[in-house]
Design a protein around this ligand. Structure first.
Ligand code: NAP
Length: 351
């Protein structure tokens, strides 16, 4: 829809009495669905702002509408949960999953409507049912869509320019999912269809993974660094000290680290190419390229970029350390020179 794309996300604030609640004022478009939000927490407030700015009519359902009303943009109506459920065509459930069961009295009002479950878990769950599936069991007459849980309240408030633009969605109802996808696009996000509601567990786990593909390469880098550092420390520092009482412990922070880094970089680089050799060998052994590689090799092959980048980081650090070394040596030389000149000057004066 080209006219929709041309419409600015944030409307002008107008000359009138726009207070802080007018941050992103917009006029709701006729014919646009009424969007309901249950809950008045951080997520609900940011979502309401973004929806209002995108031209939607928003109705928020709260257990205490009088208390929460002032926190929302003026264009959004804050009312009771039942009133919001009755008015809305599509409802975001922005309450924690533990409190989903307190919403069952809204069942008749929500029947036949789309419910968007935005909840996140507190820890990674490997087995279902997911929160979205539990919500679908609670509201069998509604169409549950899982999504928006990977978008933070901050991103919603700042707009998609300042965070991830992808919104992962799944649902057993194609129609409900399509309507949420359309809403997503209008808010400036990029919907990603993840299929049926059975994928909701995966979507709920997504925000809980911390740099998932980086864990093993970083662990490898650290372990290799510790191994090579201990080896160099024993060979260059501990052994001369024990054998001849020569104390070179000052080498520990720079020189020993500098000797260690290239070893780590080279081994990490070897780890980038090694799985390719294993894969080629296996394919020759099997006589076909259509067999699946074992899981460990598959994970290793897909992590080669991260291994390579860790190797590159070590090489860059080695270059920086190598540049620092002559500086340290020249400073050392200048200091000795100055001391020597001072001593020589004094001895001349004495003579
Ligand atoms: P919050 O600030 O604690 O708000 C939760 C809201 O739930 C309350 O304001 C309350 O509103 C409502 N509620 C309804 N029934 C309730 C009950 N029985 N007990 C307590 N509260 C009840 O939480 P939030 O940060 O907005 O998160 C809401 C949901 O969004 C969660 O499922 C969370 O996982 C998800 N989420 C949040 C973020 C984020 O950045 N915050 C991001 C992604 C997903 P009333 O008192 O007005 O009824």
């Amino acid at each position: 829809m080209p006219d929709e794309m041309a419409r600015p996300l944030i409307r002008g604030r107008g000359g009138g009495g726009g207070g802080s609640r007018h941050l992103e004022a917009s006029v709701s478009e006729p014919g646009a669905p009424v969007i309901g939000i249950l809950g008045t927490g951080d997520f609900s407030r940011s979502l309401a702002r973004r929806l209002v700015a995108s031209g939607y009519q928003v109705v928020v359902g709260s257990r205490a509408p009088k208390r929460s009303g002032a926190l929302f943009p003026e264009e959004a109506e804050v009312t009771s949960q039942m009133e919001a459920a009755n008015q809305a065509d599509l409802v975001f459930v922005a309450v924690f999953p533990e409190h989903h069961s307190t919403l069952v009295e809204l069942k008749p009002a929500l029947a036949g409507k789309t419910l968007v479950d935005v909840s996140n878990g507190l820890q990674i769950k490997l087995d279902g049912p997911s929160h979205a599936e539990q919500l679908a069991d609670l509201f069998p007459e509604s169409f549950v869509v899982k999504g928006f849980n990977t978008i933070s309240a901050w991103t919603l408030q700042m707009g998609p320019r300042d965070g991830s633009r992808q919104v992962f969605l799944c649902s057993d109802s194609h129609k409900a999912k399509s309507s949420v996808m359309q809403l997503c696009r209008r808010m400036g996000f990029v919907p990603v269809d993840m299929g049926l509601l059975s994928s909701s567990l995966e979507i709920e786990n997504l925000p809980l993974y911390l740099f998932p593909s980086w864990r093993i390469p970083i662990l490898c880098t650290l372990l290799l660094f510790i191994f090579f550092y201990l080896y160099n420390f024993t060979r260059d520092i501990l052994q001369p000290y024990i054998k001849s009482g020569k104390s070179v412990f000052y080498k520990m922070p720079i020189e020993t680290v500098n000797v260690t880094l290239p070893s780590v970089a080279l081994v990490m680089l070897a780890l980038v190419y090694l799985p390719g050799l294993f894969a080629a060998f296996l394919q020759l052994w099997w006589g076909t390229k259509y067999n699946r590689f074992p899981n460990w090799l598959d994970r290793w092959l897909t992590g080669r970029k991260q291994f390579g980048l860790c190797s590159f980081l070590c090489a860059v650090l080695h270059a920086i350390y190598s540049l620092c070394l002559p500086l340290r040596k020249s400073a050392h030389f200048k200091l000795l020179n100055a001391a020597f000149k001072q001593v020589r000057g004094r001895s001349r004066r004495v003579r």
